[in-house]
Design a protein around this ligand. Structure first.
Ligand SMILES: [Zn+2]
Ligand SMILES: [Zn+2]
Length: 339
């Protein structure tokens, strides 16, 4: 990929025309962060560009040590001889696809992590026309087909009701960025029918970053982990709370669940006996990936994360797209990484 608009360097994905790295994993002078998840945004650049909608999240996660420049959706920024713009990727609030246009008019889009279905906790995915699309492929197998969020929410509510009737609290392990906000946002629509919600204190800064962008949540209070769980509450906590002294001590008063796309895998569910799995992912499923890729009109697709071979072969053989895996030298992703 030597003379290409974007190339892989030891530090990460690099655009020489714009002299900028996208989601680098080693220190660089200047970065573009697609979104706030820890495998994308790291405090390893003195300055970074990101979507305005996600700046509060990045500050909450990376601290004040980085000079952040926010871009509105679609705002065009000239960097060197290239033009860079950011476009919503759904996924989590402020998650961006990065569009890079060379001086010659060649366009590449780097998807970051994305989801095609929309919900009220983030901005709807926007297909961006390009020549080359670098797409994530975390759930790039035909077995991954998500059910509508409303159906999963109804499952969660039925489970909570059952627990409440038994005098137990319902504890959902949800990733601190994205999943917790998505659930709280979906519960907001229930009004008075929403369960009483408590959240782990670790979630508070990110909830505030969402609220500062006008995202509306169901009412919630911070949970008191020095006391026993309150019967009948729905308690949202990051996965790290699973197996903690508090959760173990009070296990008879709790019913526990994990909300994640990985819960679609029986093997992952089996590793968590006694923990219910709700299949709720912030990534595109197989139909979402193929639909999003086709909507770009890209003649060439480079796939990162997950089982890239299957999707690459499908795109080549069924869709006539020049598709291949792009081996990222960064941290390997698998079940358990924030999604
Ligand atoms: Zn992500
Ligand atoms: Zn990711």
């Amino acid at each position: 990929m030597s003379a290409e608009l974007l190339t892989l360097r030891p530090e990460g994905l690099y655009c020489a025309e714009a002299d900028v790295f996208i989601d680098p994993w080693r220190p660089v002078p200047r970065a573009i962060f697609t979104h706030g998840h820890a495998d994308h945004a790291r405090a390893i650049a003195p300055e970074a560009i990101a979507a305005e909608r996600g700046l509060g999240i990045l500050r909450a996660r990376l601290g004040e040590g980085i000079r952040l420049q926010g871009l509105a959706w679609g705002e065009r920024l000239r960097l060197g001889s290239a033009i860079v713009s950011l476009h919503p990727a759904s996924h989590v609030l402020g998650a961006a696809q990065v569009r890079v246009e060379s001086a010659r008019g060649e366009v590449w889009v780097v998807s970051g992590d994305y989801r095609v279905a929309a919900d009220a906790s983030c901005d709807a995915f926007e297909p961006v026309a390009c020549h080359t699309f670098i797409s994530e492929c975390t759930f790039g197998l035909p077995i991954y087909r998500w059910r509508p969020q409303a159906e999963v929410l109804n499952e969660i509510l039925a489970w909570w009701q059952q627990g409440a009737a038994e005098g137990r609290a319902s504890l959902i392990y949800a990733y601190a960025l994205g999943k917790a906000q998505r659930i709280l946002c979906a519960l907001a629509d229930l009004g008075r029918d929403a369960p009483p919600v408590q959240v782990h204190r670790a979630l508070l800064p990110l909830l505030e970053a969402y609220e500062a962008q006008g995202i509306r949540f169901a009412p919630y209070t911070p949970a008191d982990l020095t006391a026993a769980p309150t019967p009948g509450v729905l308690f949202l906590a990051p996965p790290a709370v699973q197996g903690s002294a508090w959760a173990t001590r009070h296990r008879r008063l709790l019913q526990q669940a994990t909300a994640s796309g990985w819960m679609a895998l029986r093997g992952v569910r089996r590793r968590q006996p006694g923990v219910r799995g709700f299949v709720l992912s912030d990534h595109a499923d197989w139909p979402g990936l193929t639909q999003a890729i086709e909507a770009t009109g890209a003649q060439r697709v480079l796939l990162t994360h997950g089982a890239t071979d299957t999707l690459a072969r499908y795109l080549r053989e069924e869709r006539g797209i020049d598709a291949q895996g792009l081996r990222m030298a960064g941290p390997i992703r698998d079940a358990g990484v924030e999604e």
